[in-house]
Design a protein around this ligand. Sequence first.
Ligand code: TTP
Ligand code: MG
Ligand code: MG
Length: 442
Amino acid sequence: MFASMPAAVNDPEHGFCRDCLAPQKVARRRCEACGSPRVVHHGELYSLSLAHIDCDAFYAAVEKRDRPELRDKPVIIGGGKRGVVSTACYIARIRGVRSAMPMFKALEACPDAIVIKPDMEKYVTVGRQVRAMMQALTPLVEPISIDEAFLDLAGTQKLHGRPPALVLASFARQVEAEIGITVSVGLSYCKFLAKVASDFAKPRGFSVIGEAEAVSFLAGQPVTLIWGVGKAFAATLAQDGIRTIGQLQTMEQDELMRRYGSMGMRLYRLSRGMDDRQVHADHDAKSVSAETTFDTDLATFEDLVPILRALSEKVSARLKKSGIAGRTVVLKLKSADFRIRTRNRQLPDATRLADRIFSTGLDLLRREADGTRYRLIGIGVSDLSDDGRADPPDLVDVGSRKRAMAEGAIDALRAKFGGKAVETGYTFGRGSRGRPPRSDES
Ligand code: TTP
Ligand code: MG
Ligand code: MG
């Protein structure tokens, strides 16, 4: 039926129902066929093909699926050593609970919440199932994190017999029916706005941002909507009197670049809805790491620490250079008898900071420094993503923000004077014992 739709369906009257998928001939609030209020109308509905899909309250949704008695209760996933909220269901969010909030604060806001410790293995499995379903729609699926991905559906209409918008709505229904969690879909012409759109009407959302309204839509939005504009950068912009994307739209490219360097270019382009980044399928590097083999085996924690520090800095430098960040820190050790040990830990947020990579690696190393003689150590991060949301100011660990700022300053000095200009306590004067003589990196 849909394959025979005329190509020029960029007609605001056209739409469909997200519940029964029936086409809508006129713009009404309820579906002509089933009466559902979940109808979508948009002038570019059948010409847009770049989507971002993100699962709603992902960890909490998986737990609710497995414990239906929790369906109408406020549920928080989190706890553990750091005592922060990983995620909260939408009922708990209405009461003020947010990701990364210290647990005691979350429970102040919502004392009757049910707190569940994360079961990462389960979430990874569900994340993979959702991803496999996405890959059945198009080979161009670019995962961004455990619960979200970009999809490029251009040219798939013939295969599916219907335009991308309908394929996506049908996908959302299928995930609900087969996996038992919900997703939100953003449909646009570029990655930036597809992601903005998927975030716009959560949960169970389906938002469309077309080329026609991109600039006017963006004009009224805060600068923090732009990829890479976190709290700190937003504060810098606010000092310069810039709060909305509309203000950026009135500024010249030269001025933005003069003021904010490479970020200025991003502000210039994204504020105008210009984003030509392609969707890359998932076969690129899955992790960034560095490792080194020693001349003679090392067994003590003290000997291994400075090497770990140097390697963490190497990994961090590469992440920063590529504009990516990783959420899982992986420590690798090879013992004198060639047995490989890998230990990993997931962080609450992706990082690209040497300090975070190192301190997490250090925690992991402590347990492995048990007298075993090692011939190799490596550190890396996986679960890679764009660095836009990496390293937010840490609510619990007030020191970490200062360290992040210090690391930014060190990076700037290194950029100016070369890599060796600044050395931190651990790598400085590491002497002759902690020598990484050969550096065989992966
Ligand atoms: P998100 O997609 O950012 O959040 P969410 O799926 O919980 O909620 P939303 O409906 O707004 O998309 O993150 C996916 C999962 O990653 C989330 O369920 C838990 C985990 N996570 C953390 O552990 N810590 C964090 O600070 C955030 C933001 C997410
Ligand atoms: Mg999500
Ligand atoms: Mg997500």
